[in-house]
Design a binder for this molecule. Structure first.
Ligand code: ZN
Length: 376
């Protein structure tokens, strides 16, 4: 008999392996559950509720790599979803997911299976079988599952994907990144933004191969993972128009977003390096974030959604204040003084949920240096 512990998260009682609550690193055996993933699941519950409100219907939710079903069970109970499909190769994980479903009184709304993930998704890729929402939460990269996920998702549906291969996405292994996602990463101060833009790019390439497209819905990152939420669209050409490059000059810290590779810095004319091809369009869908706030299960998830609404529509890339001040040789002024001064000069300047110590702005490097000097 599998050992079981009950663990409350949001409004849901989850049944998990006792070792996942006591070990420093949650073990994969008998089944994986990470209590530290709570913010990721809180945000997803809020966004499923917000998306459902937007389409005025409860959704079908497919989770091919469900583990003990923590995300899917919570979505079913708290969002709520019409039906959740909980799949994992590990029979122990599915036994625990069944126990959670019974404990929460939602067993009748859940389907359970033990297929390989892409096999599970391909069984749902035919007309009228597709999900409203496909969740990808693998160990490491979601790259091998992106195309199957697009095939198994309705037009207008949502794909959410976690990537834990941070070193690949943040520019430590740019060639591996190109192989997996179709774009080179680059280790800049805004590498978390490059990570989510590469993830959006990977989803966009998978969709465009099928003559489909994506629209951005939401992204966030922590030390351990990057998360992207996209809407599947029927329009490949507008998606292609949002694919491009970010060039970065490591001599003067200038950066530039373009639909072509730029190898010379526009500011100092030294050699620039590039990230991409990647997504250069919007990062957030303001309406979905707005519709989701009332259903945020925690203060942290609510604050993230509110911050994303404030950040939506702002230009690509951000400056990390400490790094900027190091370059200028000044003590860092507060973030609010910097954003205030930039706005006074007519620039867009907002905080970013991708780095709490940074400012997202359309100001160039020369202006940033001036602003910091004037405030010093
Ligand atoms: Zn330069």
């Amino acid at each position: 008999m599998l050992q079981q512990s009950s663990y409350r998260e949001g409004k849901t009682e989850l049944v998990v392996p006792p070792s996942s609550l006591t070990s420093k690193v949650p073990p994969r055996d008998p089944a994986f559950f990470n209590p530290l993933g709570v913010l990721k699941r809180d945000v997803m519950v809020a966004l499923v509720a917000g998306y459902s409100r937007g389409i005025a219907s409860e959704i079908s939710f497919g989770d091919p790599l469900a583990g003990v079903g923590a995300g899917a069970i919570r979505v079913c109970k708290e969002a709520p979803a019409k039906r959740v499909y909980i799949n994992d190769l590990n029979p122990d994980a599915i036994e625990l997911a069944r126990a959670s479903a019974r404990l929460n009184g939602i067993y009748r709304k859940c389907s359970f299976s033990k297929f390989e993930a892409t096999d599970f998704l391909s069984r749902r890729s035919g007309p009228r079988k597709r999900f409203d929402w496909v969740e990808l939460d693998p160990f490491g990269t979601p790259a091998p599952f992106l195309e199957s996920a697009i095939r198994a998702c309705k037009i207008g549906g949502v794909i959410s994907a976690t990537a834990t291969d941070g070193a690949v996405l943040c520019g430590v292994y740019p060639k591996v990144c190109f192989r997996k996602y179709g774009g080179y990463s680059l280790n800049t101060e805004y590498c978390h933004e490059i990570a989510v833009r590469i993830l959006y790019g990977g989803l966009a390439f998978a969709a465009m191969r099928l003559d489909l497209g994506i629209g951005p819905a939401f992204v966030h990152t922590t030390k351990h993972y990057s998360r992207a939420y996209v809407i599947v669209t029927s329009r490949a050409v507008p998606t292609f128009s949002k694919i491009g490059y970010i060039s970065h000059c490591f001599s003067c810290n200038s950066r530039h977003t373009s639909d072509e590779i730029e190898t010379r810095c526009k500011e100092c004319e030294k050699k620039a390096r590039f990230a991409g091809p990647l997504w250069i369009g919007e990062l957030f869908d303001k309406k979905i974030a707005h519709d989701s706030i009332d259903n945020a299960p925690s203060q942290a998830s609510k604050e993230l959604l509110e911050a994303a609404i404030a950040e939506a529509g702002a230009p690509p890339t951000y400056y990390v204040i400490d790094k900027l001040c190091d370059l200028v040789g000044m003590a860092p002024p507060s973030l609010s003084r910097i954003t205030g001064e930039l706005r006074r000069r007519g620039h867009v300047a907002v905080r970013t949920i991708l780095n709490p110590k940074a400012v997202r702005t359309d100001a160039d490097m020369k202006t940033m240096k001036e602003v910091v000097r004037n405030l010093g």
